[in-house]
Design a protein around this ligand. Structure first.
Ligand code: NAD
Length: 423
């Protein structure tokens, strides 16, 4: 059971959410029945149970997953999540969202996702490395630079990608940097990758402000989740003159209506391990943060945070989905009725997979680009994608999520029809 716990664990099943979103878009498309049935199913799913030596001398068995949702557009791509609540339905949903995200962004990838049910904060560095290397070994039968390329997600980072890259390389007998993205730069990572998702979120927030006639500089921002995506989004929006009034992590949030300096909060998190107690702020829960007065709400933690239960109380004018699946379909309906502009995950947080694609291309070519070049290319793709999705939404009088999904599902369906059904 997916219980509501610290920080509000999703009560809505993410896979059911992903299916409802897909069906809403697919109903608007002329898709043959068999094609629709194929697109909705995960192409392949791997569940692995594997033992890890713990520091206290015991052996603990962990469960991990890797799901390839679609292989129509190319090798699959998607992050690896380490979180106690990881289960097959969550990984399936995240893999499907990756398919649509890559298609929307014109990347030559299908969608995948992986995860291990574990709490990395309770593991020593040695345990984390042994767990990662064994999980990488277990999924090595279906990953590879031409097959499936993992990346970081909740609870994983550059170091974990380095261990996966090294493990895979040891198995094949030569260095294979292109097997994962989000690696440290010293072993074939890309300039700009660490900040890419947050940078993309900032860019679409700016574009959304323009579209809505809202002054970007001076606008108030609340960010749920102060990790890779949330923290970078917060400081890049702060750099643009936005007022970041609240941020949170799994333990809870902090609020100052006059604004806070996200880089100072980052320094504080490095010292204390969390945002709570940052000087000059008042404590708020994750649920309260979502309902604070602000112009932009950036959910950047987990799925199912904005629901039919709280959507009517959201005060933000624009929601930019840094996280995957933070808004349930019930909430979408309420927000649309209320005129809240929701920039969907597959558009808003695509900066990460875009620069991951750049990293993979650089690894395959062994030729590396400058950060300026990467950021400029990222910005262009984000701006064009936002403009395309917003224009179709306006033309067809639909919300941005359905518009983005229409582009994405149509692209995958067209490629599938063009390739034909084998044999
Ligand atoms: P992260 O582990 O770096 O940070 C996650 C943050 O959310 C942390 O501050 C954590 O404390 C907080 N959090 C975790 N569980 C929570 C809960 N139940 N309630 C409230 N806060 C909680 O992870 P990340 O890479 O920043 O990923 C965040 C979201 O962004 C995820 O939905 C992920 O799928 C999505 N995303 C990440 C990337 C990427 O490049 N890392 C790209 C696209 C989308």
């Amino acid at each position: 059971m997916r219980a509501a716990e610290i920080g509000g664990k999703p009560k809505d099943n993410p896979w059911e959410m992903a299916l409802r979103q897909f069906n809403r878009a697919a109903d608007l498309l002329p898709l043959k029945r068999g094609i629709r049935e194929f697109l909705v199913q995960p192409h392949r799913e791997l569940t692995v149970n594997f033992p890890v030596h713990m520091d206290d001398g015991t052996v603990k068995v962990f469960t991990g997953y890797r799901v390839h949702h679609s292989t129509v557009l190319g090798p699959t791509k998607g992050g690896i999540r380490y979180n106690p609540h990881v289960d097959l339905d969550e990984v399936r949903a995240l893999a499907m969202w990756m398919t649509w995200k890559c298609a929307l962004m014109h990347l030559p990838y299908g969608g995948a996702k992986g995860g291990v049910a574990c709490d990395p904060s309770t593991l020593s560095r040695g345990e984390l490395e042994r767990l990662t290397r064994r999980y990488a070994t277990e999924i090595s039968v279906i990953i590879g630079p031409a097959r499936d390329i993992p990346a970081p997600d909740i609870g994983t980072n550059e170091q974990i990608m380095a261990w996966i890259m090294d493990t895979f390389s040891m198995h094949v007998g030569h260095s294979t940097p292109a097997v994962v993205t989000g690696k440290p730069i010293s072993i074939g990572g890309s300039a700009g990758r660490r900040e890419a998702t947050g940078r993309g979120v900032m860019i679409v927030a700016r574009e959304a402000a323009n579209a809505r006639g809202l002054e970007f500089s001076g606008s108030r921002v609340a960010v749920q989740g102060f990790g890779n995506v949330g923290a970078v989004t917060a400081y890049l929006m702060h750099d643009q003159g936005c007022r970041v009034v609240a941020v949170s992590d799994v333990q809870g949030g902090i609020y100052n209506p006059d604004g806070l300096d996200p880089r100072a909060v980052l320094g504080y998190v490095k010292e204390t391990g969390g945002v709570a107690g940052f000087p000059g702020t008042t404590g708020v829960s994750n649920a309260e943060l979502l309902e604070l007065p602000c112009d932009f709400l950036v959910p950047a933690a987990i799925e199912g945070q904005i629901t039919g239960g709280n959507a009517a109380r959201i005060k933000a004018r624009i929601i930019v989905e840094g996280a995957n699946g933070p808004t349930t379909p019930d909430a979408d309906e309420i927000l649309q009725e209320r005129g809240v502009f929701v920039i969907p995950d597959i558009l808003a947080n695509a900066g990460g997979v875009i620069v991951s694609y750049f990293e993979w291309v650089q690894d395959l070519a062994s030729f590396f680009w400058s950060e300026e070049e990467i950021n400029a290319r990222l910005e262009r793709i984000m701006e064009q994608s936002f403009a395309g999705v917003a224009a179709l939404a306006k033309e067809q009088q639909i919300d941005l999520r359905t518009s983005a999904l229409l582009f994405a599902v149509r692209r995958v369906a067209d490629a599938l029809m063009t390739r034909g059904i084998y044999p």
